[in-house]
Design a protein around this ligand. Structure first.
Ligand code: ADP
Ligand code: MG
Length: 715
């Protein structure tokens, strides 16, 4: 029997009353398998003596003698306080809140095993969180009972309302005693033998109640590997469901045999001919790869990576043309209304002349407009729709959706992608990102995808000149920007806050400049002769739209903003980016902001203005921006400085909540598990590896290809 087959419900356990069952059910624990997969978050060592004097290092775990009883307080708040003394003569007190019965249990002069969290209060060591067990008289020492947990390593479970450690320990111990023994191994025997892992019954038992910390480590290793192995089995199966041969991922290159003119479809060629510039080699390669995917028998799933400004939008338009040409529909989704509107405007400008019928759909469109639009989408009167995640709301139906493009994919959670892919019949998926994908994500969330990388930038781009400036030197920065404005150029000023913070914040946000006050100051005092506008996430969409439009037309010369302009905004005439309190931004965000300028042929400038009080370390971090123009390198530095928890995309991905494995921490194991899983399925494609409970739960909640099930069912 496999663990996942242990569907006996928890009401079969002794001591699980209705309230407990209710609380467990609320926590998602309904049967033996979910109970046993409720892994501890920590373990408490009650096998070693921790005397009172070491209370600060760990919970005290020792034998002590009861000295006296004292009652404190009056009436209802009357509380028993028991003074104890351990073998080294140190003393402490046990405060028995709501436990008056302890008077009878803790007999003066007797010895007890005591486990408790102690603190220094009112000049003495006190504990109100403690457990005791009779140890007998000084000489007549009794063995600790199994139930009490003394002398053992005990699990510490994550708790939710209505649950407590004692109860969970009791129930899980019982479940282990009754059901663990006959469990079958989930991992192939060969792997267990090769790596010296534990059998399933032993691994499950030891993860909860290990005999030693060595055994605990083995149990963890076994269960972690099991999860990762099945995660990769799923990834591999998904790739196969798409029809791709596993491992056939081309990452740039490989398309050299195609001639520029021969690989483009007629509509694509028509667009390229209308452009005032040639495609870059990277763009050509990406389009080639996409065309091959779309022409091939497999469902496309491709990740397009290219630094800020490398021209990914154009590639997505070309991809869309390829399916539109065959009477299919394409959808391009962007994370913000601002960005999707910009894409929609570009699509209209570039594609309408080719006879393409584009549309724009966001959450803020009026009801009647929306109704008409949905009708045209469903009937196929629209070829290309651009928008926010509103594109994939429940009531949106497509006539024949063949391509889904997700721009700035790291901004989206995984759940949305699932809704997305269900809107068509095996539509191709193109995800675009300027943020490099960390290796662990590449192996898990994107583990079955092909990758294209645009390495080059459009010709004639001059690298943005970046300068660091102290806040006290900002006048010089303003003077420089004035010079650019006089040449007819435009500028962005970016601030970490939207509006002034009135009350003093504990983290010292007080002296921070905010976009709103600075917009007023720049408009009235610094640049009174130029038009200044303010844009941030709290303004309504219509205002944002008008402002962006006027900025694009050059009617507004200075755009004061928060990081809303961070992604995607494209106004080539803007040549200055001034980021104030730059130390408040992550390096990748700064790189994105800097990418808003340098989009035309003119020399552009980025000023990172930092607080005069910035530490040397802080300055060193900002200097990374001076020395690097490559987003991949900057992201890597960011990662080193901030740690993996901050990697773009991982927080939202939801994929990192496996049961016990952590793909970032366990990345080495992940790679091995991947190679094991892939080898296994290569040799024996029909092998009856089970659908693994925990992994299946994760992937079913958030599959990048939600039509995986559909497509395998059909095959
Ligand atoms: P990103 O990859 O950051 O999304 P965009 O698609 O916004 O970049 O492109 C940045 C700018 O570069 C746009 O103004 C676009 O028109 C322009 N562009 C795209 N491809 C080329 C090219 N091959 N040559 C010159 N300019 C290009
Ligand atoms: Mg873009």
């Amino acid at each position: 029997m496999f663990l996942r087959e242990l569907t006996i419900t928890i009401d079969h356990l002794r001591g699980a009353g209705p309230a407990t069952i209710n609380a467990l059910t609320k926590a998602g624990i309904t049967d033996m398998r979910s109970l046993l997969c409720q892994y501890p978050k920590d373990w408490e060592d009650r096998s070693k003596i921790v005397p009172l004097r070491d209370f600060a290092r760990a919970p005290v775990c020792t034998v002590a003698r009861v000295l006296t009883h004292v009652w404190i307080g009056q009436g209802k708040t009357r509380t028993l306080k028991v003074y104890v003394e351990d073998a080294s003569g140190d003393r402490g007190s046990l405060i028995c809140f709501n436990r008056p019965f302890m008077e009878k249990i803790l007999v003066t002069g007797n010895y007890y095993r005591i486990w408790g969290v102690f603190q220094y209060r009112y000049g003495e060591l006190q504990s109100s969180v403690f457990e005791v067990e009779a140890h007998g008289e000084k000489d007549g020492v009794a063995e600790p009972s199994k139930q009490s947990g003394f002398g053992q390593i005990l699990p510490v479970y994550p708790l939710r309302a209505g649950l407590n450690q004692g109860m969970l320990r009791k129930l899980i111990r019982q479940a282990l005693d009754r059901y663990a023994e006959p469990l079958e191994n989930e991992l192939p025997e060969a792997i267990i033998a090769r790596d010296g892992l534990l059998s399933k019954p032993r691994a499950v038992r030891s993860i909860h109640f290990p005999e030693s910390f060595e055994e605990l480590a083995k149990a963890k290793e076994t269960l972690v590997y099991e999860e990762l192995f099945y995660l990769e089995v799923m990834v591999c199966r998904r790739a196969k469901a798409r029809g791709t041969a596993v491992g056939s991922r081309h990452t740039g290159g490989g398309g050299a045999a195609f001639q520029h003119s021969s690989y483009l479809s007629p509509l694509q060629k028509a667009l390229v001919e209308r452009l005032p510039f040639p495609l870059t080699a990277g763009q050509i390669e990406a389009v080639e790869e996409i065309n091959r995917d779309l022409d091939g028998p497999c469902q496309m799933a491709r990740l397009l990576q290219g630094d800020v400004g490398s021209g990914k939008t154009l590639v997505s338009f070309l991809a869309a043309l390829r399916v539109i040409e065959e009477k299919g529909q394409a959808a391009i989704m962007a994370p913000t209304e601002l960005l999707s509107r910009q894409h929609a405007e570009n699509a209209a400008r570039l594609l309408e002349p080719l006879g393409v019928r584009p549309a724009f759909l966001t959450g803020t469109i009026g009801a009647s407009g929306r109704h008409a639009l949905l009708k045209s989408l469903a009937s196929g009167d629209i070829d290309l729709v651009v928008g926010t995640h509103a594109l994939f709301s429940r009531d949106v139906a497509y006539n024949d959706l063949r391509l889904v493009v997700i721009d700035e994919q790291h901004r989206f959670g995984v759940l949305q992608r699932q809704a997305v892919m269900a809107k068509g019949e095996r539509p191709g998926l193109l995800m675009m990102s300027a943020t490099p994908i960390p290796r662990t994500l590449a192996l898990t969330v994107f583990g079955d995808m092909d990758i294209s990388i645009i390495q080059d930038m459009p010709a004639g781009r001059k690298p943005v000149k970046t300068h660091l400036a102290r806040e006290s030197n900002e006048e010089k920065v303003y003077a420089f920007v004035r010079g650019e404005l006089e040449k007819g150029k435009q500028a962005y000023f970016v601030y970490p806050l939207i509006e002034k913070i009135e009350k003093t914040e504990p983290d010292g946000n007080k002296g921070l400049k905010d976009a709103q006050s600075m917009a007023e100051r720049l408009a009235s005092r610094v640049f009174p002769e130029y038009s200044v506008a303010l844009i941030h996430s709290k303004r309504d969409e219509e205002e944002k739209r008008t402002i962006m439009e006027r900025f694009r037309l050059g009617e507004i010369r200075i755009l004061v903003a928060t990081s809303v302009v961070e992604v995607g905004v494209d106004v080539p005439n803007a040549t200055c980016m001034v980021v104030e309190h730059a130390e408040r931004f992550g390096l990748s965000a700064l790189h994105q902001l800097r990418g808003r300028v340098g989009r035309g042929k003119d020399q552009s400038y980025c000023f990172l203005v930092y607080s005069d009080a910035l530490t040397e370390d802080g300055k060193t971090r900002l200097k990374v921006m001076l020395e690097n123009t490559d987003g991949f390198v900057i992201a890597e530095e960011d990662l080193k400085l901030r740690g993996p928890g901050q990697i773009a995309g991982t927080e939202q991905s939801g994929f990192f909540i496996l049961g016990i494995a952590d793909p970032v921490r366990d990345s080495e194991k992940l790679e091995r598990a991947r190679s094991d899983a892939f080898t296994m399925l290569e040799h024996d494609p029909d092998c009856s590896l089970p659908e693994y409970e925990c992994v299946a739960r994760v992937l079913h909640r958030a599959p990048p290809f939600d039509n995986l099930e559909r497509s395998t069912a059909r095959a």
